[in-house]
Design a protein around this ligand. Structure first.
Ligand code: GUN
Length: 287
């Protein structure tokens, strides 16, 4: 396959995430005489991609000088045992952030587990208290991937004010919160999902397009408005390797900016998680 001519439009998420991580490292060093930020990850079951994500979160914590604690539980873990584990982490003074890797194996209730987290330690921004803060527009931890998406849009100098933003996908983790963050920045936001009647037409209206539907190459370049900024949150494993939700090759000639997969949004998620954990550690000092 010929190389894709994407110079000038490709958003380098790896490089931007690296810069965010440098800032996190400097903040960790600056507060080291008062607190060492600590993150606990909880991984239940043996889903290989989840294990890879969790491992990279650990490595990133260590590189930033933070404490990193990994809890691994078998898929057979009961809901009660998992909740007891969360209680234990909630009580630990050296842990400021807890991330329960989602989705949990069948039979475990994601929502009940997330609600059990101490809101002060919800560095994933998924607890109902954090979601309520997002909805109310008051400070609080913002979900990591949506926060990363916003950072990428800012980095390329696109101001959402007055622009049409189309979010494809309405998950708790990405679609819903990213739409709220765009609204907070004064975009005119449209949510699309599996029941949307004419996805191509809606996508064609977007100045800012966020694709988070989890279907490889589902959004065709021909649908996209010329000059749009495209943030592709999809990470789909196919025979051709990792691909996004947007058909990159056909999108590139039309867009002003686009994130590649991999190397776009993915690295930002971890960077924002570290940043939220430092915020939680600092907040714990004045709690
Ligand atoms: N699974 C995939 N992405 C995420 C995330 O951002 N947070 C959690 N907890 N689980 C995930």
């Amino acid at each position: 396959m010929a190389a894709i001519q994407d110079a000038g439009v490709r958003i380098d998420g790896k490089e931007i995430a690296q810069r965010v991580r440098e800032v996190v490292r400097a903040r960790v060093a600056e507060i080291s005489d008062r607190v060492r930020p600590g993150l606990a990850t909880v991984l239940v079951g043996d889903d290989a991609p989840s294990a890879i994500y969790v491992r990279s979160k650990h490595k990133a914590c260590e590189k930033a000088g933070m404490l990193s604690v990994g809890v691994e539980l078998p898929a057979s873990t009961s809901q009660a045992a998992l909740l007891a584990q969360i209680d234990e982490l909630n009580a630990r003074e050296d842990i400021h952030g807890i991330l329960v890797q989602l989705p949990l194996p069948d039979g475990l209730d994601d929502n009940e587990v997330i609600e059990r987290l101490s809101p002060a330690k919800d560095v994933d921004g998924l607890h109902p208290v954090s979601q309520g803060r997002l909805l109310a527009g008051v400070p609080g931890p913002r979900p990591c991937t949506p926060a990363g998406v916003m950072r990428l849009i800012d980095e390329v100098g696109v101001d959402p004010t007055g622009k049409r933003a189309v979010v494809v996908g309405r998950s708790l983790l990405v679609g819903k919160p990213v739409g709220l963050l765009l609204l907070e920045r004064h975009a005119t936001v449209t949510y699309c999902h599996s029941r949307t009647k004419d996805l191509a037409r809606e996508v064609g209206e977007a100045d800012i397009l966020v694709a988070a539907l989890g279907k490889p190459g589902a959004i065709r370049g021909e649908w996209i408005k010329r000059g749009a900024t495209v943030i592709d949150v999809g990470i789909n494993r196919t025979e051709d390797g990792l691909v996004g939700d947007v058909d990159y090759e056909s999108a590139v000639p039309r867009v002003a900016h686009i994130t590649p997969v991999p190397g776009g949004v993915g690295p930002m998620t971890i960077a924002m998680l570290l940043s939220n954990t430092v915020d939680a550690a600092l907040a714990s000092l004045s709690a």
